[in-house]
Design a protein around this ligand. Sequence first.
Ligand code: GLP
Length: 241
Amino acid sequence: MQVIVLDNYDAISEQAARLVEKNIQENDQLVLGLATGATPLGLYKNLISGYNARGISYKNVKTINLDEYLGLEKNHPESYHTFMSEKLFQHIDIAMKNTFIPDGNPSSAEEECIRYEEIIDSIGPVNLQILGIGTNGHIGFNEPGTDPNMSTHVVELKTSTREDNAQFFQSLDEVPRHAITIGIQTILKSEQIIILASGKSKAKAVKRLLEQNVNRNFPASFLWKHDHVTLIVDREAYQFV
Ligand code: GLP
């Protein structure tokens, strides 16, 4: 794992954007794995600037998102469909048919997991996967305890994860209790992975990640099993190391 420590959130967002853009310039048909949450927002802003100011085109890029809440309609204000559309897709020249996010309101969640994994198999491998990290070490929505050999599956969200994400909803009660996430195994099939962490709320998770103790109680630790991972972290998130 390559570790890049930068001054602040703006710097890590810019650095990540430069890496994504470099990959697109080298391969205009890039398959890009995307994450939601607060952390990649700065990256997405930089990508939008790169599209507007420097003509970085997404015309042939395909994107595969990590996860989606179960029980939210696509157009719910807090669905990851809405998030991706508002924060990135509607501001760049990507074709919506080339963007993939699990359906959060399927008739059968189990069938949706199979369908989504088949999509990843057919258009993948993901060339470059962007990840954030939960305070409990989750990646995607792979919560502590998750079997690392699982592919796309339904998860019951931990209370700590629901509490972390409650800021985006009216109340904790409104935060969905389940989600569909691609598995750790699926994430590890990506050719290259960038994991972003920012702010002191992530310092403990970053410290634990860097201990290199690969175990199910800390899902991000499985990234040590991959040989092309870059952790881009700001000083606040690196402070206890
Ligand atoms: C969310 C997402 C993850 C994200 C993580 C951290 O629940 N499912 O993909 O990386 O939790 O989110 P944030 O960046 O807001 O701290």
